[in-house]
Design a protein around this ligand. Structure first.
Ligand SMILES: Nc1ncnc2c1ncn2[C@@H]1O[C@H](COP(=O)(O)OP(=O)(O)OP(=O)(O)O)[C@@H](O)[C@H]1O
Ligand SMILES: [Mg+2]
Length: 425
């Protein structure tokens, strides 16, 4: 219709883009900050809610509220700024677009006055310009969404950028796993959670299939670490671990872990019925099997006293049963799985001593023909183990059975005596 008017209409485009670019540059950092602050606020709420007993016991409400206000203020600051800037986009593009109209109308008036263009053409042109500008305004709106998405994605990419698990290179098939007897060998194992800090210095141990091995030692000696390494939760710095002579790196992780029944030091049950929790390791277990496992773990009795029995729902924080009862359930869960290798890490630390003895008696039957690792601080519980390993600062300092270790009169003997006669030294 008119090249001059087209030129003016098109001039609107770069001006809009430049202004949008300027605003986006400013607002992007607020979007990123908003996501960060949102994460802080949510993290803080979850933490304080989860530990609210401790917070109250230490009169930490005030400090907690103060901390919350700090996070919340920072969220408020960043959120209103990001919203303000992104809210500017549409008015800016609309304003520029309207300035464009005015320019087009003025030029159209001049041209029409000179008789170079008809009023109808101007009318049509304005219509077209409107259609041309509309998508740009929409684009500006979409930019807002893209910006907050980009800020959120940044945090996702941070997570995705984390170091990957070492690739699995299974050389042993699942069918071979069924034939495993359960002998375990640690050969020159070195490990540290951090690069420059070795915790396990040079760990060597051979456990015959079917043996019961007790690991004792002071807090922080590395007992749990050894178990985590055995289950390949972490990669070794050097050395190897073998099960039936096969390096654990030659198993698929899933196959390897199918060998173990484990009671971890920190009991974990999920929101669901007791039965569902018990069947976690063996989904096709029959009611009879579940009950049997609970009897051995001395969980059956207390479950019976609950109103809904095995269908009692354990809440999200599993706070509707006691700590010791939780442990009984985790023990029953490990028993039910019927594993080749049983691992009990402080499994009965919260259970009364009488029940502990009863569980032990039940377990003796269960441990027959099964390799088991038992970690315990109460030394009375591990007296009958085939081998007792005494660990200190990541090393084995003594090894033998109860009698031979007492005879040796070393670290174990002093530990043992301290539990029964009070602390010497
Ligand atoms: N995830 C981790 N990151 C860094 N260091 C860790 C980690 N877990 C444990 N450690 C450190 O490793 C050492 C051994 O911890 P480990 O949990 O094996 O001790 P433990 O013998 O099981 O003690 P406890 O009797 O208290 O359960 C400790 O000094 C501990 O601080
Ligand atoms: Mg531990």
């Amino acid at each position: 219709i008119s090249p001059q008017m087209t030129l003016i209409a098109i001039c609107v485009l770069p001006v809009s883009i430049i202004l949008i670019g300027l605003v986006m540059k400013r607002s992007q950092k607020y979007f990123a900050r908003q996501q960060q602050a949102l994460g802080d606020v949510n993290g803080h709420i979850e933490e304080m809610y989860g530990g609210h007993n401790v917070v109250k016991a230490f009169n930490g409400e005030e400090a907690s509220v103060k901390q919350f206000n700090e996070f919340n203020d920072s969220l408020y600051e960043s959120a209103w700024k990001s919203q303000f800037f992104s809210g500017l986009m549409q008015p800016i593009t609309m304003f520029i677009g309207n300035v464009g109209y005015v320019a087009v109308c003025l030029l159209g008036g001049v041209l029409a006055g000179g008789g170079n263009i008809t009023i109808g053409d101007i009318q049509a042109f304005i219509q077209y310009v409107r259609q041309f500008n509309q998508p740009i305004t929409q684009l500006a709106q979409t930019m807002n969404m893209l910006q907050s998405t980009a800020a959120a994605a940044e945090r996702v990419f941070e997570f995705l950028g984390e170091e990957e698990l070492e690739l699995e290179t299974p050389k042993v098939g699942s069918q071979d796993v069924a034939k495993i007897n359960g002998s375990v060998t640690f050969a020159d194992v070195k490990f540290g959670y951090l690069k420059n800090q070795t915790i396990i210095n040079d760990f060597n141990l051979h456990v015959h299939a079917g043996q019961t091995v007790a690991i004792v030692g002071p807090t922080g000696a590395g007992k749990t670490t050894i178990i985590k390494l055995l289950m390949r939760f972490y990669e070794l710095n050097s050395g190897s671990i073998y099960i039936d002579g096969i390096d654990i790196r030659d198993f698929g992780r899933k196959d390897l872990r199918s060998l173990f029944g484990i009671v971890l030091q920190d009991t974990w049950l999920f929101n669901g019925t007791i039965k569902e929790n018990l069947m976690y390791g063996k989904l096709n277990a029959s009611d009879q099997e579940v009950k049997e496992a609970c009897k051995v773990a001395y969980a059956d009795h207390f479950i019976q006293t609950l109103e809904d029995g095995y269908d009692t729902i354990i809440n999200e924080e599993s706070s509707n049963i006691s700590q010791g009862q939780k442990q009984l359930l985790t023990i029953a869960r490990a028993f039910l799985k019927d594993p080749k290798i049983l691992i009990l890490d402080e499994a009965t630390s919260s259970v009364d001593t009488r029940t502990e003895v009863l569980i032990q008696r039940g377990m003796e039957k269960l441990m027959e023909g099964r390799t088991s690792f038992v970690i315990a601080h109460r030394l009375s519980t591990i007296r009958d183990a085939d081998t007792i390993i005494v660990m200190k600062d990541g090393d084995i300092v003594e090894l033998g059975n109860h009698d031979s270790l007492l005879e040796k009169d070393g670290f174990y003997a002093s530990l043992y005596r301290s539990q029964f006669e009070g602390i010497s030294e």
